[in-house]
Design a protein around this ligand. Structure first.
Ligand code: BMA
Length: 898
């Protein structure tokens, strides 16, 4: 028997005989007081936060209701203290090391144990570990976490900084109704308000808090990454085991790891004498060579399985039975960001497992504006499942929010959703003095080690739009450009990138900003003159004045990482957060209060009226119509823009722009009920956009582009990795007043793998005139194109349509549309809903204001007199009759609006 095997057996005996690392959770019931005695001994919950606790104590009302944000402006201006008693046993205290671990403190706090300060925090993204061995006693102990007002601290820091020079912006735009100087502090930047969100500068213990004790060491992090052997036959699983070391010396023990693969387990046991490095880390680096036949490769959503394999690491103290165990799940895949030369510029696309993948998805803002609620697994699961079920394969965790919970990334791993991870800096200048940088280094160390092992996390970006803000002089920094540029490079490159490269052994993928010009930015010294250059890197594009239904207005970038339009959440949801129904008038103070985007309502109205005829403002249903129309314009604009980007996946235009390989629209989710760019409301209800993503992100689409010469170019875009032969595309023309198409033709094509094919060009007006749609100048108003694709009699794309004229100028009829039946079709809360219409109907929209759930399709076109869709209810035991009673149906020409 080898020594290793004996050790394994002995270790197994140890592990079954004793408990894992000694952890005493301090979460649960705490007490809360205001520092000046305004409130005392309030009940509090940890993990938690001040707004949640004050709501639970009925000191403030529901902050998401009405003017809850304005009414609670006093809350973050006070200093709040959380405290409790807890008992410690001798067993814990007898250990050599006894630490208080705080996984997340938001943000400025002094921490006291039995009246003595044991540490302080200044960054909500850092895990704090304080040595409390000498402060604790056997029996009863007291802990107090005294928070400082984040508003006061940031104001004080800004004042100090301004003695040297100003780091703008000082305050957000007045329309945000927010607080000032959030860029001074390492806290969720959107917690002081954003153009889609309220100001709720929370304080609290937002993650777990516990006492850990050990003699020799505990495992702090397991940080994995996967590469391939040179011959390509093996995966190399590289992992760093970070060991806790209070002594600042050598950690001695036994490290055993087990990788559980398809049919076998690989185990290895090593004696370690790990010495602390210059960064106060005690790390053991291991590489395991694994035959590729032992695992299934991890693929993004839509491309294969997302299998994960368990890596279990045990640290054991050689002189006692003490041990600590950590598990991580490994997905075997490679990721490259390819930036190859083109005639003009560079490509910018992701290759996963050697295959170019068009990234389809959205930008994620914080799961909740209250960070403790952002840990809610049900909310996270709903969001990520919506992304998954809509063919998304990438989400960008945007830099003004938080590094999300472990569960968020675990689920992304399981669902194959690739993550573009920003560091949490957004739309501002930031300091770069030594003190500030040391704070940021703590954050980078913790977060990169925490996130690095996730198969889903592919790329890290230094910040959101800060390079653009500097170069385009958003905040009046032009006269001191060199100063701010130096701060920029010092922070994102010399500090964040340097740390990132060190932790990832130079194997991680990092871009300095989003948007950036990628490699070109590097050769430009990290600040390019035109960060939004479509020939390089990624691009953010917003335009609220040109017609969003005209695909000629959109840029042709290498990768569109942000683009969007606003819409309103549903009338039924808004009705639940207002005192009186008059607040729902579009021009009411309340609606104005919730619109944080400067000129947002005027832009929405303008964009609606470019294409649709709003009812008269005196109509009793004007608000309902406006909300509904805002969602139509939102959904259709993002559909048209996304199809435009997908159409360019394999071609270049005459300026050398194109080969577009990513479309991440702004934004996936919401943090309150307000006008915003999101596809999913704060209630979890889907707006029309979210339904449309299911179609425009489908693996194969047919899409029409009406160019400036009024030629309709019809494309089929396939994201599949293999060709599809012999598919037939049907091009039909309908008159608005008939279910019978006036013409139909078929084009048969072979689809190459990962390619966009122009399958037909049609001189629109002539084509329609020849098909009896009317004279050359009006034919476009009377008819529209309807597109579908079949292979062997089965549809392989969602049906699509092209309106050759503005909808408001077209001969759209006023159909009668109604629900004809609702039936339950399975035990799993699935209901079929059949709808009938007497004419072609546009944007037919179903809603159940009472029962939560999603429809299989919504906001659809009806070119037949009947259609069946399915409702997946989140609530159990609903009879079809109950559902039927609560269902509402509307459509573009609904007579109730006119
Ligand atoms: C982008 C984002 C956000 C913002 C959005 C909508 O620039 O990065 O800062 O919320 O636009 O304005």
């Amino acid at each position: 028997m080898t020594t290793n095997l004996i050790l394994v057996l002995t270790l197994h005996l140890f592990l079954s005989a004793c408990e894992a690392a000694n952890i005493q959770n301090l979460g649960g019931e705490w007490l809360l007081r205001e520092a000046n005695g305004k409130y005392e001994d309030l009940k509090a919950t940890v993990p938690g936060g001040i707004y949640s606790d004050l709501m639970n104590n009925n000191i403030i009302g529901d902050i998401f209701f009405g003017y809850g944000d304005s009414e609670t402006k006093w809350v973050p201006r006070l200093n709040w203290t959380y405290y409790r008693n807890f008992s410690v046993d001798a067993n814990t205290l007898n250990k050599e090391n006894v630490n208080l671990v705080l996984e997340g403190l938001d943000t400025f706090a002094n921490v006291f144990v039995n009246g003595k300060k044991v540490g302080e925090s200044r960054n909500m993204f850092v895990r704090y570990i304080f040595d409390v061995k000498d402060q604790l006693k056997v029996g009863n102990n007291e802990i107090e976490v005294q928070f400082l007002s984040p508003i006061e601290v940031s104001a004080r820091l800004a004042e100090q900084q301004s003695k040297l020079y100003d780091v703008p912006p000082d305050c957000p735009d007045a329309a945000y109704r927010g607080e000032c100087h959030v860029n001074m502090i390492r806290k969720m930047q959107a917690s002081f308000s954003w153009d889609w969100g309220p100001s709720f500068p929370s304080v609290g213990i937002w993650k777990d808090i516990y006492i850990e004790s050990f003699d020799e060491s505990a495992i702090r992090y397991i940080v994995t990454d996967v590469t391939e052997s040179e011959d390509g036959d093996y995966w190399l699983l590289n992992f760093d085991t970070y060991l806790a070391n209070n002594k600042k010396g050598t950690v001695t023990g036994i490290l055993m790891y087990t990788v559980t693969l398809k049919d076998i387990q690989m185990t290895q046991v090593n004696h370690v004498d790990a010495v602390m490095n210059a960064y106060n880390e005690t790390v053991v680096t291991t590489t395991v060579q694994i035959s590729k036949s032992f695992v299934n490769t991890w693929w993004p959503n839509g491309y294969g399985a997302h299998d994960l394999y368990n890596l279990n690491v045990v640290f054991s103290n050689e002189v006692s039975s003490e041990h600590d165990i950590k598990n991580v799940r490994v997905g075997f895949r490679t990721v490259e960001l390819v930036q190859d030369s083109l005639d003009s510029g560079l490509t910018f696309y992701f290759k996963i497992n050697g295959e170019p993948i068009f990234m389809k998805g959205s930008n994620e803002i914080p799961v909740d504006i209250l960070p403790e609620r952002g840990q809610n697994k049900t909310t996270i699961k709903k969001l990520l499942m919506a992304a998954h079920d809509s063919h998304m394969n990438m989400l960008r965790v945007w830099g003004g929010g938080v590094y999300e919970s472990d569960y968020f990334y675990d689920l992304a791993d399981e669902l194959g959703i690739v993550i573009w991870q920003d560091f949490m800096f957004a739309c501002a200048m930031y300091q770069s003095d030594e003190n500030y940088r040391s704070n940021v280094i703590d954050e980078v160390r913790h977060q990169v080690k925490r996130l690095r092992s996730h198969a889903s996390v592919a790329l890290y970006s230094g910040n959101n739009e800060n390079e653009g803000a500097l170069v385009d002089d958003w905040y009046g920094t032009k006269n001191n450009f060199t100063l701010y540029k130096n701060d920029y490079v010092t922070l994102y490159i010399d500090t964040i990138k340097t740390e990132f490269d060190r932790i990832t052994h130079n194997r991680g993928i990092f871009v300095s900003s989003s948007p950036s010009n990628g490699k070109k930015t590097v050769s430009d010294g990290y600040v390019s003159t035109y960060p939004g250059n479509p020939l390089y890197g990624d691009v953010h594009y917003y335009n609220y004045v040109l017609n969003p239904f005209d695909s000629n207005i959109y840029p042709v970038p290498r990768f569109a990482s942000e683009y969007g339009y606003q819409s309103l959440p549903s009338y039924a949801s808004l009705a639940k957060v207002v005192k009186q129904i008059s607040d729902l008038e579009i021009t009411s103070d309340f609606m104005n209060h919730r619109q944080h985007h400067p000129l947002g309502n005027a832009q929405m109205t303008l964009l609606i009226e470019m294409n649709l005829k709003l009812p008269n403002e005196s109509s009793s249903k004007y608000s309902q119509a406006y909300i509904f129309y805002s969602q139509i314009v939102h959904a259709l604009s993002i559909k048209i823009e996304t199809e435009h980007y997908r159409r360019f996946r394999s071609s270049l235009n005459n300026k050398g722009e194109g080969k577009t390989m990513g479309a991440l629209y702004w934004q996936l989710n919401d943090v309150w009920l307000a006008p915003s760019w999101s596809g999913i409301e704060h209630t979890g209800k889907w707006k029309m956009l979210q339904y449309y993503t299911q179609d425009f992100f489908a693996p194969i689409i047919i899409t029409g582009h009406l160019n400036l010469e009024r030629t309709l170019e019809i494309y089929i875009v396939s994201d599949l990795l293999s060709p599809v032969l012999n598919v037939s595309a049907s091009i039909q023309v309908y008159k608005w007043n008939s279910f019978e198409p006036v013409s139909s033709e078929t084009v048969t094509v072979d689809l190459e793998a990962g390619h966009s094919h122009l399958i037909k060009s049609i001189a629109t007006d002539d084509y329609l005139t020849d098909r009896n749609c009317g004279a050359l100048n009006v034919a476009k108003n009377n008819c529209f194109f309807y597109l579908s694709v079949e292979k062997e009699g089965l549809k392989i794309t969602p049906d699509n349509y092209v309106f050759p004229s503005k909808i408001r100028d077209s001969d759209v009829q006023k159909p009668k549309v109604q629900i004809s039946s609702v039936k339950k079709i399975s035990d799993e809360q699935i209901y079929s809903i059949t709808i009938e219409t007497d004419q072609i109907a546009l944007f037919v929209w179903l809603e159940s204001p009472v029962i939560s759930g999603t429809f299989s399709e919504n906001g659809f076109l009806m070119v037949n007199n009947t259609k069946t869709v399915y409702f997946n209810s989140e609530e159990e035991s609903i009879s079809p009759e109950e559902l039927s009673e609560t269902l509402t149906l509307t459509h573009l020409m609904d007579e109730q609006y006119f």
